[in-house]
Write a protein that binds this ligand. Structure first.
Ligand SMILES: C[S@@+](CC[C@H](N)C(=O)[O-])C[C@H]1O[C@@H](n2cnc3c(N)ncnc32)[C@H](O)[C@@H]1O
Length: 446
C-alpha cells in the first residue's frame, strides 16, 4: 500500500532551525516551532541550517539542508563525490572521531533503553582504514529510458533509483574505481537489459564479479566477459536464474572458491563469492583477536560457536581450546566450515546445521550439552530463542558479536536480569565506516 504524506506547501521550502541531535541514520534532529520532530538530511548537531521539508508525516517531518548557517566543529569534507545522493553512506560529513563517538553513544543508549543494562567497562573502539575497506557489495544495474543510458551503483537514499557511480571510495580499491568499466562491459552485452545486478566479492588475492542474468548469454557475451576478466584480473562468475547454478567462467581453473587468511592463527578460510563473509578484512582479524582474548581460552575448554558461518571464529578458537562446536543455519556454510577445518588440519571441531530461531521439542545432542565458553554472532534479528537455553549451557564466559545494538540490548537484558550474567565489557567495532551500521562486541560472565 502506498504511504499517504501530508501536502507540502510553499512555506515548507525554505525554513531555518538549530539541530539538537543526530538520528541513528545520520540525520540532524530538530524540533520545529509547532513542536514536531524533524529529521534533516545533511545537518549535524549544534548547527544552524536553512532547510526544506521533503515529507510531512503525522508524527514527524523529514527535510533536507539548503545551507549550513553555522557549521559544527565535527563537520568533515565527504571524501566521495556521490555523498548525499548515493544510499551507500550516510555519515561522510561527520569526522571519523565523531562517527565512532556517535556509535558508542547509540550502543550505550540502546543497552539502557532495550535491555536496562550498563556495562562495567566500555572498551576503546576497534578501527581501521575508513576508506576502501568494503570487500562485498551488490551493485544494481538499470537502463535509464529517458537518457538511454545504463546506470551502475547503489540505490539512492529513500528511492528506488540508482546512483550512477563513477567510483566508490569505500569499496576495495581493486574495484572501487572500476565501476565505469563494469558499466561499459554490461552495456556491451547483447543481453544488457536483462542484467539487474553485479555482485562483488574480494579475497586476499583477487576480486570476483558475479553477473546476474535473467536470459541466456550469447557466445559473444561470454567472450567479452572473459576478456574483461583477463584484462582486469577479475574472476568472473555467472548467476543465471535458478535452478541453473552460479558458476565461474574465468579463469578456468579447478576451484570456484576464494580465500582469506587469519595469519596470526595460521588459518586460511575458503569461501564462495555469494557466502556470508565479514565485509571489512582489516577489522575482521582484530575483532577475532578481541573475542579470543575476552573468552580467555584454555586448552581444556569446550566452546560453542552459534551462527558460525564458514568458521570465521570457530577455527581460530579451535587452535586454543580443546573442542569447538559450530552451529549454523545454512547447510552449504556448514559443509564449507567442515572443509575449512580439514584444510587447516583441525580435528577438534564439529559442525551442525540447525535453525537457531527454533528450539525443537526433540533437541539435537549439541543443544543438551554444557559448554565452558560461548561465542555468538547472530544476524540482525539477534538470538532470543538461543538465549533461553543459556542457563542449561552454563558457560562461564559469553562473547556476543552483534550487528544490531537493539537486539544485542534485548538479549543482554535477558542474560543479565533473567540468567544471572554480568555485562563486563562492551565496545564498538568500526566495521562499516561512513555508514550508520553499528557492529559491537560484548562480554558476559558469571
Ligand atoms: C553475522 S553472520 C556471522 C557468520 C560468522 N560468525 C562469521 O563471522 O563469518 C550470521 C550467520 O548466521 C546465519 N544464520 C542466519 N539465520 C540463521 C538461523 N535462523 N539459524 C542459524 N543460522 C542462521 C547466517 O547464515 C550467517 O552465517
Amino acid at each position: 500500500m502506498k504511504k499517504a504524506y501530508k501536502q507540502l506547501t510553499s512555506s515548507d521550502s525554505d525554513l531555518s532551525t538549530t539541530i539538537t541531535g543526530l538520528s541513528h541514520d545520520g540525520r540532524g534532529i530538530a524540533t520545529l516551532k509547532d513542536g514536531k520532530t524533524t529529521f534533516i538530511r545533511g545537518a549535524l548537531p549544534g548547527e544552524s541550517v536553512r532547510f526544506k521539508l521533503t515529507r510531512k508525516h503525522t508524527k514527524y517531518n523529514e527535510g533536507e539542508v539548503i545551507e549550513i548557517l553555522s557549521a559544527s566543529a565535527d563537520r568533515a569534507t565527504p571524501p566521495c563525490e556521490h555523498f548525499g545522493t548515493c544510499g551507500g553512506c550516510s555519515l561522510q560529513h561527520l569526522s571519523m572521531t565523531a562517527q565512532i563517538k556517535q556509535k558508542e553513544k547509540t550502543l550505550q543508549e540502546q543497552l539502557k533503553h532495550f535491555g536496562k543494562v550498563e556495562p562495567d567497562e566500555v572498551v576503546p573502539p576497534l578501527f581501521g582504514s575508513p576508506l576502501n575497506y568494503r570487500r562485498k557489495a551488490r551493485l544494481g544495474v538499470l537502463f535509464h529510458r529517458n537518457t538511454q543510458s545504463f546506470q551502475v551503483g547503489f540505490r539512492e537514499k529513500d528511492s528506488n533509483r540508482l546512483t550512477n557511480l563513477n567510483r566508490c571510495e569505500i569499496l576495495d580499491a581493486r574495484v572501487g574505481n572500476q565501476i565505469p568499466a563494469i558499466k561499459n562491459l554490461v552495456e556491451s552485452l547483447s543481453q544488457s537489459l536483462n542484467i539487474p545486478q553485479v555482485e562483488i566479492a574480494a579475497s586476499d588475492e583477487t576480486v570476483a564479479l558475479v553477473i546476474r542474468h535473467l536470459t541466456a548469454l550469447t557466445d559473444d557475451d561470454i567472450k567479452k566477459l572473459t576478456a574483461f576478466g583477463a584484462a582486469h584480473h577479475f574472476h568472473i562468475y555467472l548467476q543465471p536464474s535458478p535452478p541453473a547454478r552460479v558458476h565461474k567462467i574465468w579463469p578456468l581453473d579447478d576451484t570456484e572458491l576464494l580465500s582469506y587468511s587469519l595469519k596470526e592463527h595460521d588459518i586460511c578460510l575458503q569461501f564462495h563469492p555469494l557466502d556470508f563473509t565479514q565485509i571489512n578484512s582489516e577489522i575482521n582479524p582484530r575483532m577475532i583477536q578481541q573475542a579470543l582474548d575476552w573468552l580467555d581460552l584454555q586448552k581444556t575448554d569446550t566452546v560453542l560457536d552459534l551462527f558460525c558461518g564458514l568458521g570465521n571464529f570457530t577455527l581460530p578458537i579451535a587452535r586454543y581450546a580443546e573442542h569447538v562446536v559450530g552451529i549454523e543455519g545454512s547447510d552449504d556454510m556448514v559443509k564449507r566450515a567442515q572443509k575449512n577445518a580439514e584444510l587447516n588440519q583441525l580435528t577438534n571441531t564439529e559442525f551442525h546445521t540447525s535453525n537457531l530461531v527454533i528450539v525443537p521439542r526433540a533437541q539435537p545432542t549439541w543443544m543438551k550439552k554444557s559448554y565452558d565458553k560461548i561465542l555468538l554472532d547472530p544476524p540482525r534479528s539477534g538470538a532470543k530463542e538461543m538465549i533461553d537455553l543459556f542457563p542449561k549451557f552454563a558457560a562461564k564466559k559469553i562473547v556476543y558479536v552483534s550487528c544490531n545494538p537493539a537486539t544485542l540490548a534485548r538479549d543482554a537484558g535477558e542474560l543479565v536480569h533473567k540468567h544471572g550474567y554480568k555485562l563486563k565489557k562492551v565496545g564498538v567495532i568500526n566495521m562499516f565506516p561512513h555508514t550508520s551500521h553499528i557492529e559491537a562486541i560484548a562480554l558476559f560472565s558469571r
